[in-house]
Design a protein around this ligand. Structure first.
Ligand code: MN
Length: 131
């Protein structure tokens, strides 16, 4: 398992760039997927330390992509965090029940993002500014 590698699943190019830039500036390596299908392939190939999963994707929703990751023994143990604009009451519970390991609401708070990623990656470069 690649301890410093984060798989970002996001079909919006601007959101992707933001997440990638802040993660890389903090010292993490990133993998980038814009569809659920790409996410499954990259996760199985590279076994990143954590997956940031947009919930609305063009080919399948993040719930379905999560389900498939958890069914595949190569990827079942990788923590997956939902990243979603749906911030309605009860969403956190709904995502947790679906099997997500955590939840970040959009627009993503970058300090919160890095704090959560650090839990799974155990660091990044501590000498870099966090955001
Ligand atoms: Mn999306």
């Amino acid at each position: 398992m690649a301890r410093d590698q984060v798989l970002v699943v996001e079909d919006n190019a601007r959101n992707m760039r933001l997440l990638r830039d802040v993660l890389q500036a903090t010292g993490y390596r990133t993998l980038e997927a814009s569809t659920g299908g790409q996410a499954l392939t990259l996760a199985a190939e590279h076994r990143p330390a954590v997956v940031l999963m947009d919930v609305r994707l063009p080919d399948m929703d993040g719930m379905e992509a999560l389900r498939r990751l958890k069914m595949d023994e190569r990827t079942a143990s990788i923590p997956v965090l939902a990243v979603t604009a749906q911030a309605m009451k009860g969403d956190r519970e709904r995502f947790t029940e679906a099997g997500f390991d955590g939840y970040l609401s959009k627009p993503v708070d970058l300090d919160e993002l890095l704090a959560v990623v650090q839990i799974y990656c155990g660091g990044g470069r501590q000498d870099m500014p966090s955001a």
